[in-house]
Design a protein around this ligand. Structure first.
Ligand code: HEM
Length: 317
């Protein structure tokens, strides 16, 4: 309850990524209040039900099939690597970054950029003495991303948006991605080149790393559970609802970030009677919250897709 109240408290602002400001400053997840609302309202125009249907029904199945077909004979096959190969394409496509060559070398370069950019999200948790080297590495990754990918992708979309504004083509013909949407609404948002670059780099890393993490845990949990229960894979695949419950259950047990961090923007309180002075740091322990027996049942620590759904709670925690 306390975690939920803290997450819903608008006086607490995001602070998990403060140390990664080199990339994360002014990106959606770090915005607060009106600034957050106005950017989110526009970006939300992309993430409609029809968009997810398109991905689920038309884009993902052939992409996964083609990726697996290429890897089927490689040995060893690592699930994390396979997931990155799939998410690379999906994340670029969501974000609005064009692949210019489509070669394996380009995929490898983009994959390396993804890993280097991703370091920005966890800089705050770095405990070693490599901080300055990491920051320099992230900075050069941002610059490479800008020159090789973001710049050409922005230029192409700007031409298309100009044609829409001139009445030469319809909005429906535009690419469906975050970058196009932001360019289309630049008159309201007025984002600088640097902020646009960071926002798109953030989308690229936020969609990929989280999904790869979740998918890898999920496959491990599902196959372990099938081993214990003796249920054949084919039977599970026929039961789409159970399959979805498996995904929810795995995301609950393995949140993409074990903690959420917030800081009080002004003096505030949460319903357990805890008063927070402005500037107080709040750590929300998602792993523990998602395994509360009072909410999820006595076996909350276990993967059990058949568990009774907690009332008025998200099954994913
Ligand atoms: C299984 C996959 C995913 C998981 C587990 C996940 C998890 C999360 C979590 C926990 C947050 C909130 C962080 C916080 O408030 O402290 C978040 C925010 C966000 N995620 Fe994801 N995510 C996933 C996939 C994606 C994908 C595919 C995209 C892009 C298409 C994406 C884009 C974002 C954005 C833009 C935000 C910021 C939202 C805002 O502040 O309004 N995520 N994600």
């Amino acid at each position: 309850n306390d975690c939920e109240a803290a997450l819903k408290n608008n006086d607490l602002r995001q602070s998990l990524y403060d140390a990664g400001s080199i990339l994360m400053e002014k990106v959606l997840v770090n915005l607060h209040g009106e600034e957050h609302k106005s950017r989110r309202t526009i970006e939300g125009l992309l993430f409609r039900r029809s968009f997810f249907r398109l991905y689920e029904a038309e884009i993902l199945p052939p992409l996964i099939e083609a990726t697996l077909a290429r890897l089927i004979d490689s040995d060893p096959n690592d699930l994390k690597d396979i997931s990155y190969r799939i998410m690379l394409h999906v994340s670029l496509s969501f974000s609005g970054i064009d692949r210019l060559l489509g070669t394996d070398e380009e995929s490898e370069e983009l994959n390396q950029l993804l890993i280097r950019l991703g370091q920005a999200a966890t800089l705050g948790q770095h405990t070693g003495d490599e901080h300055d080297r990491l920051v320099a590495n992230i900075e050069s990754a941002i610059n490479e991303f800008e020159v090789s990918y973001f710049g050409p992708s922005r230029a192409r979309r700007e031409l298309l948006v100009a044609r829409v504004k001139a009445g030469e083509m319809s909005e429906q013909e535009l690419p469906r991605d975050v970058l196009t949407l932001l360019l289309l609404h630049q008159d309201k948002l007025n984002l600088s080149h640097r902020v646009l670059l960071k926002e798109i780099a953030f989308y690229y890393l936020a969609s990929a790393h989280t999904s790869v993490h979740s998918l890898t845990h999920c496959m491990y949990e599902i196959f372990s559970w099938l081993n214990v229960t003796g249920m054949p894979v084919a039977e599970l695949l026929k039961d789409q609802l159970l399959l979805q419950r498996c995904v929810h259950e795995s995301v609950r047990l393995h949140p993409s970030s074990p903690e959420a961090w917030r800081v009080a923007d002004v003096d505030t309180a949460i319903p357990n009677g805890c008063n927070l002075k402005a500037g107080t740091a709040v750590v929300i322990d998602l792993i523990t919250a998602n395994r509360q027996p009072e909410v999820f049942g006595e076996d909350a620590n276990k993967f059990n897709p058949n568990r009774a759904r907690p009332s008025a709670r998200n099954p994913t925690g």
